[in-house]
Design a protein around this ligand. Structure first.
Ligand SMILES: C[S@@+](CC[C@H](N)C(=O)[O-])C[C@H]1O[C@@H](n2cnc3c(N)ncnc32)[C@H](O)[C@@H]1O
Length: 363
């Protein structure tokens, strides 16, 4: 549907440094430090490194005369990485997935303005449908490159009325697709206290999860929550006074936890990565950028077992079908260097992992 309308560690986990790849300030998780500029000035995180990692798979397929060389951008956002990859690789076609209809509209416009829309197909879907998306659009059902740039986009953070940013008073929504699922307000107002505690602890890594959940349950009985400012105030009041002065806005972790719950972010990622790996052709490459440790752990755990032999240790050679399917292209989770972080604050928490399929999957 080129240019058409949008349709329906290295095994040890150590971190190393990647090259600078972005050149301008972005938006940190507060979403409040940049004006609502939509796509203006948007430079994708670690874009040069992403190209460096994916290019060999794309170029090799192009050189071998493959008729269709495809990158699936599973988190299209404003299309920043897609734009860069299409510009760098004239034979490349991109299938761009996003669950956020607004992101798709912005990406479509930017791609059209850049004259690149003929080589893109945009798909409105949750990325855990990546297998069907590929099977329905790519002959042979295999692609050369897959990119996941996880989390929330600067558009989502900048659009105050979507409720992602704790710095703006806005309706507590946080759905990436505003047409499906339940809002953050519904989570806060209806979940049992124990469940709220779990979400805050697990998804927000919030030390004071129980205190905050207890305060939420008491406050919502007085009056249900509808907007973010009251939630921010409650979190601030619920945590010990000494910790209010450290580590940025105390509501940050609560907002992250709610966003993850509302969008089932970890569930979708857990389902998506193994399926994505199955749809990579031999020599195909996957790059995943995570912005918090829970995501990064899921990515590592999905890929790592495929990078080791399953031949019993006491046998001297790999049994057929037991040698590794994938090889890591990154040593541990790569992190941006100081220039990258200075240039783009959103990159500060990025953790990049990449792998290459080295043999067919065992059927
Ligand atoms: C960090 S942004 C991507 C930015 C993009 N790489 C760029 O350069 O513009 C993440 C995007 O992924 C989308 N997203 C997050 N989780 C998703 C999911 N489970 N399924 C589909 N899209 C998702 C969000 O709506 C958001 O637009």
């Amino acid at each position: 549907m080129g240019g058409g309308p949008v349709d329906g560690e290295n095994a040890d986990g150590s971190a190393s440094t990647v090259h600078p790849g972005t050149d301008h300030p972005g938006t940190d998780e507060s979403g409040s430090d940049q004006p609502g500029t939509e796509s203006a000035g948007h430079v994708p995180v670690l874009v040069r490194r992403v190209d460096e990692l994916l290019a060999p798979a794309i170029e090799a397929a192009t050189r071998s005369g493959a008729r269709d060389v495809v990158l699936v951008d599973a988190t299209l956002g404003m299309g920043g990485h897609t734009l860069a990859m299409l510009s760098a690789h004239p034979a490349l076609r991109v299938i761009g997935i996003d669950r956020d209809p607004q992101a798709l509209r912005i990406a479509q416009r930017r791609l059209t303005e850049a004259g690149l829309s003929e080589r893109v197909e945009l798909v409105h879907a949750v990325y855990d449908r990546i297998g069907d998306v590929i099977a329905e659009r790519v002959g042979g059902g295999r692609v050369q490159a897959i990119l996941f740039d996880l989390g929330v986009s600067s558009v989502q953070l900048d659009e105050a009325d979507r409720g992602f940013a704790y710095a703006h008073d806005a309706p507590l929504d946080m759905r990436m697709d505003p047409a499906t699922g339940i809002s953050a307000a519904e989570v806060i107002n209806s979940y049992p206290g124990a469940e709220l505690t779990r979400i805050l602890r697990e998804y927000g890594e919030e030390r004071f999860a129980r205190r905050i959940a207890t305060a939420l349950v008491a406050e919502r009985a007085r009056q249900p929550f509808t907007t973010s400012a009251r939630l921010v105030e409650l979190v601030r009041a619920a945590i010990p006074a000494a910790t209010r002065r450290t580590g940025g806005n105390p509501a940050k972790r609560t907002f992250q936890a709610l966003r993850i719950e509302v969008n089932d972010e970890l569930g979708a990622l857990q389902r998506a990565i193994p399926v994505a790996l199955q749809h990579l052709s031999v020599a195909g490459r996957i790059v995943v950028m995570s912005y918090q440790s829970l995501e990064d752990r899921i990515v590592k755990r999905a890929i790592a077992p495929l990078t080791v032999s399953t031949t019993p240790l006491d046998l001297p050679v790999d049994l057929p079908g037991h040698d590794p399917e994938f090889a890591w292209l990154t040593r541990g989770a790569e992190i941006p260097n100081e220039y990258e972080i200075q240039a783009n604050p959103r990159a500060a928490s990025a953790r990049l992992r990449a792998a290459q399929r080295i043999r067919e999957a065992t059927s």
